[in-house]
Ligand binder design. Structure first.
Ligand code: C2E
Ligand code: MG
Ligand code: MG
Length: 702
């Protein structure tokens, strides 16, 4: 089944020579060397033996000839004949009889050799047979005795047998045995080593599968040797690796607090779903659910408590999904369950795979929010989760996880004001976002170019129309001189964090201008609006004091306007930020009073000096029958709390008259002037100053 084998890693080293082949080669080399050594030793022994036997033979020969030559010693012709008869004996090559004085008495065969003389000397000295064996020849000498005395010496040369001749058969046999042994040993080694290392091939295949697929099944080797131990170690290692992988996957894909899949897992799941989605199949939807209300609460909780809270919220979400699934998705929910994940701190998301039509998605989401938003108790707290949903239709509103989640979030953003706190994604939302992105881009450049200016709107004394102060309002003046309203850019600046830079520019300009007017003798108090983001920064008081210092404006000339919602977001922090500034003389006012839903009791805990009645009540004086009563109540309350009141948005003299009669002292509105550039406003102050001067002069004289 080679075809089913996993593709091997190309980087794996190729095995050029298997272990069994190596062992066989090694064995062959050892055996060959052994055979060679053995052969050489054998040859040496053979040679040694050949020499010894040649010596013995030539010694025997000279012994016999010498004995027989003794009686004939004085008869040279007989002696020679005798030698000639003996010459054919065995391998004798030369036989000679030498007199004691060195003359050759008789000789047959080969020529004399230089060794003969030395040998005769040795025989003379020893008195007996002496022999030597050299390369290819053995020479022996013996004394020829007559009456017991040496009368001459007999020398004989015998050819020793060449090696091959001596042991050729044995050597041939030896070589044949050695070769057979070699072949058998190599074959046996090959078989033995192959068998022994067979589990190694299994281990290698296992390791290769593991390295290719990341995980391998168990390996089963029962050899009872090191391989079995190694296989067991491999199995243990794989089990541990599997366990670690599972743990890593859990950490990477599961949210610890809620045990729900996390954002990463959600994106994978959604991508897999969109890849499988059938264009003509049932409608699938991505629904993002946000519990923005919980932000503040979660910030105040420790980790354990916030985990516990979110676990409960997730439980409630699961239960709500189960219920709504049954009602809206009827049968399909069982075969295609809804996938729930936690994306961010208080944001969850669903992949609901099948709806009969898109309108069912809205119904589903609305039922879901109303189920989740049932009052909820947690650790003695009664919570309203205030969930909102944004939904995007799979394939229609995006073909991948990123686009779908983004679009569902855009819808979520717009869900705040939508019925049932549910909004479906539309392309108009997308265009809004594009416009906002373009505007943000433009705004960053505008900050660089210093295009944000403070315009000043007068706050007047309703009794005599005198300017008592002013409010600095931000304007963005584009290079083409068009003016962008703060209603357009302030919310975006707050969202993008650019508000700090814009607000800083306005605060600086307001303080600088107010200080310049004060130096000119036309000074009035200036009010500056504070955004939520600025008021979350603990360094805010120091920052304001620094600006006052740099501008040279006395603190009592500055008023800071906070909306109810900013002040009430975190009353304790608000108090911390207000106190140090108030101590230095900065005044604080509640802007747009009456439109928030803050509790009056909580609001009165904060040390405000001024209360600004929201313009909707002033404008409502004509149309809304409740508006006069509301304004009267606010005025009465302010009097009780000893707060000054400023009425905003006065456009008609009738409105001014109503307010004046009810004891409201200060007003602001188009009736007295819209916000205008610093120079125009300064001109207005100068005019007021000039007009007042003669009056002052007269009264001084009086
Ligand atoms: P706000 O602080 O309540 O400012 C009063 C708004 O009412 C100003 O709008 C002003 O032009 C407008 N207004 C004044 N009198 C009348 C009137 O008689 N009729 C009508 N219809 N409107 C009148 P503007 O300048 O468009 O500012 C809108 C809001 O933007 C401000 O409301 C304030 O909340 C915010 N804003 C303005 N400048 C800044 C700033 O520098 N920083 C911050 N954080 N917010 C600012
Ligand atoms: Mg204001
Ligand atoms: Mg206002």
């Amino acid at each position: 089944m080679a075809a089913a084998d996993p593709p091997l890693d190309a980087s794996a080293p190729k095995r050029r020579l298997s272990l069994s082949r190596r062992a066989s080669l090694f064995m062959a080399a050892v055996l060959t060397a052994f055979a060679l050594v053995l052969g050489a030793a054998f040859a040496l022994l053979q040679q040694q033996e050949a020499r010894t036997s040649a010596k013995q033979e030539v010694e025997a020969y000279v012994g016999i000839i010498a004995r027989n030559a003794g009686p004939r010693i004085h008869d040279a012709p007989r002696l020679t004949r005798y030698l000639e008869i003996a010459e054919g004996w065995r391998e004798i090559q030369r036989t000679a009889i030498v007199a004691p004085d060195g003359t050759v008495i008789a000789a047959v065969g080969a020529a004399e050799s230089p060794a003969e003389r030395r040998l005769i000397e040795a025989v003379r000295a020893r008195g007996d047979v002496v022999s030597i064996a050299g390369e290819g020849v053995a020479i022996a000498a013996a004394p020829i005795l007559s009456d017991g005395r040496p009368v001459a010496y007999l020398i004989a040369h015998q050819r020793t047998h060449p090696l091959y001749a001596q042991g050729a058969t044995q050597i041939a046999i030896f070589i044949a045995i050695a070769a057979a042994f070699l072949v058998a040993a190599v074959a046996l080694t090959l078989i033995f080593v192959r068998r022994t290392v067979a589990p190694l091939a299994q281990l290698i295949a296992f390791a290769e599968r593991t390295s290719t697929h990341g995980r391998g099944e168990r390996i089963d080797i029962k050899t009872g040797d090191e391989f079995e131990a190694l296989a067991a170690a491999f199995n243990r290692m794989m089990a541990r690796l599997d366990e670690s992988m599972r743990r890593v996957q859990r950490l990477a894909y599961v949210d610890a607090a809620t045990n729900l899949p996390n954002g990463e897992k959600f994106a994978r799941e959604l991508n897999a779903f969109t890849a499988r989605a059938d264009a003509n199949g049932p409608t699938g939807a991505v629904i993002v659910i946000d519990f923005a209300r919980l932000t503040r609460l979660l910030e105040t909780l420790g980790q354990d408590a916030s985990h516990d809270l979110m676990a409960r919220v997730a439980e409630r979400l699961r239960a709500a999904v189960r219920t709504v699934d049954r009602v809206v998705r009827t049968q399909s929910f069982q075969e295609k369950p809804t996938f729930i994940a936690r994306l961010r701190q208080h944001e969850f998301a669903l992949i609901a795979p099948s709806f009969p039509s898109p309108s069912n998605v809205v119904r589903y989401a609305q039922m879901l929010t109303s189920a989740i938003n049932q009052p909820f108790e947690w650790r003695d707290l009664k919570l309203n989760l205030d969930a909102r949903c944004g939904a995007a239709i799979i394939a229609h509103d995006g073909g991948d996880a990123e686009t779908l989640t983004r679009n569902a979030r855009l819808a979520l953003h717009a869900a705040k004001d939508a019925p049932g706190a549910v909004k479906m994604f539309t392309s108009a939302l997308d265009r809004d976002v594009e416009d906002r992105i373009a505007l943000e881009h433009e705004m960053r450049a505008a900050i660089e170019r210093n295009e944000f200016r403070a315009y000043f709107q007068p706050k007047v004394n309703l009794a005599d129309g005198r300017i008592e102060g002013c409010e600095a309002l931000a304007r963005w003046i584009r290079p083409d001189r068009t003016i962008v309203s703060p209603a357009v850019f302030i919310p975006l600046a707050e969202e993008t964090g650019l508000i700090s830079q814009v607000a800083d520019a306005i605060m600086r300009e307001a303080c600088w201008k107010a200080a310049a007017w004060a130096r000119e003798g036309i000074g009035v108090q200036v009010a500056v609006n504070v955004s939520a983001l600025q008021f979350r920064d603990e360094a805010f008081p120091d920052h304001v004091l620094k600006i006052l210092d740099q501008a040279g404006l006395p603190a009592f000339c500055l008023e800071l306007e906070l909306t109810e919602s900013i002040a009430m977001e975190n009353p304790d922090q608000a108090l911390r930020l207000i106190e140090p500034l108030r101590e230095r003389g900065v005044r604080f006012s509640i802007d747009d009073f009456g439109c928030g839903h803050s509790s009056l009791a909580a609001l009165t805990r904060l040390p405000f000096d001024v209360l600004k009645i929201d313009q909707q009540f002033v404008r409502g004086l004509e149309r809304d029958r409740h508006a006069p009563a509301i304004i009267e109540t606010i005025l009465a309350m302010a009097a009780t709390l000893d707060m000054q009141v400023v009425a905003e948005g006065i456009e008609q003299e009738r409105e001014a008259q109503f307010l004046r009669r009810r004891g409201c002292l200060i007003g602001q509105g188009f009736l007295y002037g819209a916000a205008e550039p610093a120079e125009a406003f300064a001109e207005r102050l100068r005019a007021q100053h000039r007009a007042a001067a003669p009056v002052r002069g007269k009264s001084d004289a009086a």
